[in-house]
Design a protein around this ligand. Structure first.
Ligand code: SF4
Ligand code: SF4
Length: 423
């Protein structure tokens, strides 16, 4: 409460944040703006009232994209405030049964790669019922899940680490939960790149999902349990061999891991260790930008760079990916409304399919206007959300960097003439 009160006090109600809030841009309702939500949260926390369905509706509609934090001149930490509000709602509000089932299912499945893989197999079989499920509000999230299910599943990742040419350091790479199931090629490209700049890559034993998915659902106990387990796993690596960085290829996870220090600040056993982990955590583009990745030819390709909200607003990493792509020889373009979320936002595109769909279509139309050969991003959620709406290949930034510096062409560019000429 004290932390949230301090956040609320910083808000001077100027309303600058409303213009850059995706839900306000779409709906034009003050209560779907950051300023409106801050007001709702303030009233709810001050009166210690049970959340009303109206309050829950407006908080649920927030993407946690953190665009408002980039815009705010007053330094309001909206992330910590809305995280608190979500946890408060989770404790004090009983959602309708259908919502409880869907949310429970997502929290049970998504953080576990084995369960997620199995769920995708089942989803592919029942995909034909998607249009039927889309007809009623209760089952619309189910329809959204089925629509986002990939038509084919890549094999399980293998061949993890290659020997580093000259070990200039040792880093742990987050293994993730959804990314290795949906696009294992992201991690493979990341390992090759890290090895190419002389870094030895390790995967910590007993590491689990970073906890972001359940954290954004307000499930504090589950997210803190995940954070503690990962802090233990990486602390073991720090103490046995040392770590120069904890590298993350999914920026949504990176934002949460960088916040472990705050999340576990009151835990006497974990506070210090969590702070150390958060300090070591970095997005892969941050690490590569500070190294000496060789330059490349870029093969004459134009890349539309989509900045994931968690990277640009959550971590304030804005230039590094674009600079790296340009250094690798690509022509880099950025779309109009680059600050607006694509609608992926963790489980948002499953729980709020209508708003997420509108944002996704808007994002893809802005990206396609650039007529790029390929779209690059640094977050698996964005890659899936955008990839489901366009025929332009969508890759992770590291796949393009890997290709330009000696690695194989990205699988999703296999049919592009530049990839065929190269192979
Ligand atoms: S996090 Fe995003 S959606 Fe939520 S209030 Fe801020 S700008 Fe709006
Ligand atoms: S921009 Fe910052 S200070 Fe202004 S209303 Fe939004 S959150 Fe409050």
């Amino acid at each position: 409460m004290a932390v949230s009160e301090a956040v609320i006090r910083k808000c001077v109600h100027c309303g600058f944040c409303t213009a850059t809030c995706p839900t306000y841009v779409l709906l034009g309702d003050e209560l779907d703006s950051p300023r409106g939500r801050i007001y709702l949260i303030k009233t709810m926390l001050e009166t210690r009232a049970d959340p009303t369905p109206e309050v829950v509706k407006h908080i649920d509609r927030c993407l946690s994209c953190l665009s408002c934090m980039t815009t705010c001149p007053s330094g309001v930490n909206y992330m910590h405030l809305v995280d608190h509000a979500r946890a408060y709602i989770e404790q004090k509000y009983q959602r309708p049964l259908s919502e409880r089932i869907i949310r429970g299912l997502l929290a049970w499945v998504l953080p576990h790669p084995g369960r997620f893989r199995l769920a995708l197999r089942v989803a592919r079989l029942v995909r034909p019922i998607g249009p039927l499920a889309a007809k009623t509000a209760h089952t619309r999230p189910l329809a959204a899940m089925l629509a986002l299910t990939p038509r084919s599943l890549p094999p399980k990742p293998s061949g993890i680490n290659e020997p580093a040419p000259s070990s200039r350091g040792r880093v742990a790479l987050l293994q993730g939960c959804a990314e290795p199931v949906l696009r294992p090629e992201f991690r493979a490209a990341a390992v090759r790149l890290l090895n190419r700049v002389g870094l030895d890559v390790v995967f910590a034993q007993n590491e689990v999902c970073c906890g972001a998915l359940v954290h954004h659902m307000g499930r504090d106990a589950a997210s803190l349990a995940a954070a503690r387990r990962n802090v233990d796993a990486w602390t073991l690596e720090i103490e046995n061999g040392g770590l120069d960085a904890i590298v993350v290829t999914a920026s949504g996870c990176g934002t949460t891991i960088k916040d472990y220090g705050f999340m576990l600040r009151d835990d006497p056993i974990y506070a210090k260790k969590a702070e150390r982990v958060s300090t070591l955590a970095c997005d892969i583009s941050e690490l590569l930008a500070s190294g000496d990745l060789p330059s490349g030819s870029g093969r004459g390709l134009t890349v539309a760079y989509h900045a994931a909200c968690s990277l640009q607003h959550g971590q304030k990493v804005t230039d590094a990916p674009k600079r790296l792509l340009a250094r690798a020889g690509y022509t880099v373009q950025t779309p109009a409304e680059g600050h607006l979320c694509c609608g992926s936002a963790g489980t948002y595109n499953l729980l709020q399919p209508e708003l997420a769909g509108r944002l996704g279509d808007r994002k893809v139309s802005n990206l396609e206007r650039l007529k790029p050969d390929v779209i690059a991003t640094g977050n698996i959620g964005c890659a899936m959300q955008i990839g489901a709406r366009t025929d332009t290949p969508v890759v992770h930034t590291v796949e393009l960097l890997d290709w330009a510096t000696g690695g194989p062409a990205p699988a999703s560019l296999a049919n592009h003439p530049a990839a065929r000429n190269n192979s």
